[in-house]
Design a protein around this ligand. Sequence first.
Ligand code: PGA
Length: 220
Amino acid sequence: MKTIFIVANWKSNKTTQEVHDWIETFANNQIQHENKTIIICPAFLFLPLLKPYTVTNDSFLKLGAQNISPFDEGAYTGEVNGKQLKEFVNYVLIGHSERRKFFHEDEKVLAAKVLQAKENSLESIYCVGSQDDAVAEGVKIVAYEPLEAIGSGKPDTAQNANEVARKIKEKNPHVLHVLYGGSVTAKNVLEFTKAEYLDGVLVGGASLDVKAFTEIIENT
Ligand code: PGA
C-alpha cells in the first residue's frame, strides 16, 4: 500500500490565535492516519508553535516551510535559510506558482533553493504547472498544480492529473512521488489519491479550516 502525502499550504494566512485553535482542535481529533504523511506548511512565524505537536511518539504530523532562502546564512536581509529551517521542518515547498508569479522566481533561483534544501537535509516539494516544466535535479517529490485549478474551485480531472504524474515520473526518474494540487476538497480528494501515479495532494484553501482538512484526511 502506498503512503499518501497530504500537504496543507496555509500561504499567508492565520494569526497566532487562529493557528493555536486549529492545531488544538486537530490534535484532539482521533484521525485515522495509517499510511498517510500529513505535512503542514504555515508561515515561518508559526513553526515554533506547531513544532511540539510533531514530536510525540506517534508523529504522523510533519512540518514544511513555504519558502527557503537560495543562500546560505549571512547578509541576506529578510531571508530564512535552510540551517534555520531544519530546526523545525522536514519539507519545503519550492517553486509554487505564487512564488514564480509574484516574486519572479526563475529556474536558476529555484535550483539554488533546492540545493540549499538538500544541503540541510530538507525534502523539497517542487511545484510545477505542467509536465513540461523543468524539475530541478535530485528532487524526489513534485506537486503538479495547473494554474487554472489553484483557488478556482475548478480542479483538474483525476484522469488528466494521473497522466501528467505518469509523464513527470517517466521524464524525471529521480522523482518518486507526484502530488496533485488545485481546488482539492473532501469531496474530490479520493479520486486523486487513488489514481495509480499520484501519491497525494497539496491543499490550499481547504486546509485553512480544520474540519475541512480533517475530512480530507479521512476521505483519502
Ligand atoms: P487551492 O490551492 O487548494 O486553494 O486551490 C492549492 C495551492 O495553491 O497549493
